[in-house]
Design a protein around this ligand. Structure first.
Ligand code: PFF
Length: 460
């Protein structure tokens, strides 16, 4: 019989939705989504991405929460207990392991980039954006990237903020923090949107984001859309599973997941519309379509707009909150595992996992300066490799295994029992999609991505 844990904390009503949305909404929505949409055909890409969210993201997220809530433990223990309960091999706990590892790897570099947003928040408060032009803004950003000690300092600050919340525990730490952070984030977004309306450029911005350019779509866009759906919904890696363990049994999993997905997509779209409205309202700058959009173009806009300092603070404040609520969920699976499996106190567990991720993060810090040209694999440096393998391999294969486990290995009655609150017809559709559509889509994408690489290797 599998080792049982004493029942741990269960969150109050609404906290799970806030926490899962906090995990989902992050740099992926605010930093990545607007520029990859711009680069990949605008509305056509958004459409592709919505299909991925509906057919792969939502069903897998439901499966993850179901496992977390049924197992009432960290992802490794939950998977191990459930698989032994249903008479299957405990090897399935690999899903939990992959989740804990993916969270750890992503945290290491995510915290470095989240650190830049702290630097920019401070710059906004100090009024440093005033009078910036394209060139001086570029220089400001490049100076930051070249300054290793400043990058390490912000990376340390960010990962410490994350560990601090988790040290206080599941209710006093995570739940309380999330109940304050998410409403604040939404208020800041509304303020930014409200202001964007007053610029008179909302329509230009919407046209820019939603113009349908089918010719810009490529196979690569499909890969990107699916990878992004995984990343932005935080699925394929124990985060949502770990949070599922704290979800009340009476809540409906289906409704919760749909709410989280809608909020996540909305935040991505609305921030994009606001960002481009600010950019279009600023004479002399173009909506650059690369990673520099947030750190180079936008500060120029804030520097020349009326109330720009206030808006800059609101914007970077919002990004810091979004990134912070995401890093908390990246750290939680590892911390919960050490705490529940080996009896570590949450303080020591948080320090240990965050410390190790901090150390690995130094490699990403160096990737933006000293190691930027150092090729580790297939033309990618250390940071790009970590990002590539986690987003394109670890998350999708974690999701694929989860879909197979819940769709094919677990009996229908068992999952139906855990999801009693959901409508039987919704459950039937969910199970069918999880069995047939999600795994095939994910597999096709993984093969499509790695087949050309493998053939190239063989040919070499
Ligand atoms: N969903 C987050 C974002 O869009 O920025 C990133 C993320 C958080 C990915 C947590 C994975 C995860 F488990």
């Amino acid at each position: 019989m599998a080792k049982r844990l004493k029942q741990h904390a269960i969150w109050g009503r609404g906290s799970f939705i806030l926490a899962a949305t906090g995990s989902a909404v992050g740099l992926g929505n605010i930093w990545k989504f607007p520029y990859i949409t711009g680069e990949n055909g605008g509305a056509a890409f958004v459409l592709l991405y919505l299909v991925c969210v509906a057919l792969v993201g939502i069903p897998i997220m439901m499966a993850e929460i179901m496992i977390g809530r049924k197992g009432r433990a960290n992802p490794v223990t939950a998977m191990s207990n459930i698989s032994s309960d249903i008479g299957s091999t405990r090897l399935w706990s690999i899903i939990g392991w992959m989740g804990v590892l993916a969270g750890f790897f992503i945290l290491s570099y995510y915290s470095v980039i989240a650190g830049w947003t702290l630097d920019y928040l401070v710059a906004a408060i100090e009024g440093k954006f005033g009078g910036l032009n394209g060139e001086s803004s570029n220089e400001l950003f490049n100076t930051l990237l070249a300054d290793q000690s400043r990058l390490v300092q912000w990376h340390t600050a960010f990962i410490s903020m994350t560990a601090l919340v988790l040290m206080f525990g599941v209710t006093k730490g995570l739940e309380n923090a999330i109940r304050f952070m998410m409403p604040t984030l939404f208020i800041l977004l509304l303020i930014l949107l409200g202001y964007a309306f007053t610029t008179g450029e909302i329509m230009t911005s919407a046209r820019f984001m939603f113009s349908f350019n089918i010719e810009d779509l490529s196979w690569n866009s499909a890969l990107l859309a699916l990878g992004h759906a995984f990343f932005t919904l935080s699925i394929g890696m124990g985060a949502i599973m770990a949070y599922g363990a704290y979800m009340p049994s009476t809540a409906s999993i289906g409704k919760t997941v749909i709410t989280v997905a809608v909020l996540d997509v909305l935040v991505g779209l609305l921030t994009g519309v606001a960002i481009f409205a600010f950019v279009f309202a600023t004479p002399g700058i173009e909506p650059s379509s690369g990673p520099g959009l947030m750190f180079v173009t936008l500060p120029v806009a804030f520097g020349s707009m009326p109330m720009g300092t206030f808006l800059g603070i609101a914007f970077f404040g919002m990004v810091v909150l979004a990134a912070w609520s995401s890093t908390m969920s990246l750290l939680e699976p590892g911390v919960a595992y050490l705490h529940e499996r080996f009896g570590f106190h949450r303080i020591s567990a948080s320090l240990l996992v965050a410390g190790a991720a901090w150390l690995l993060g130094l490699g990403s810090v160096l990737s933006f300066n000293q190691w930027s040209e150092q090729e580790l694999l297939w033309g990618m440096n250390f940071y790009s490799c970590l990002d590539f393998f986690t987003t394109n391999l670890l998350l999708p294969s974690g999701g694929l295994l989860t879909a197979i486990f819940v769709g094919w290995i677990m009996k229908r009655e068992l999952s139906a029992h855990e999801m009693q609150q959901d409508h039987p017809r919704l459950l039937a559709v969910w199970r069918w999609v999880l069995r047939y559509v999600s795994p095939i889509a994910v597999l096709a994408i993984i093969i499509n991505l790695f087949f050309p690489i493998a053939t190239r290797l063989v040919a070499d």
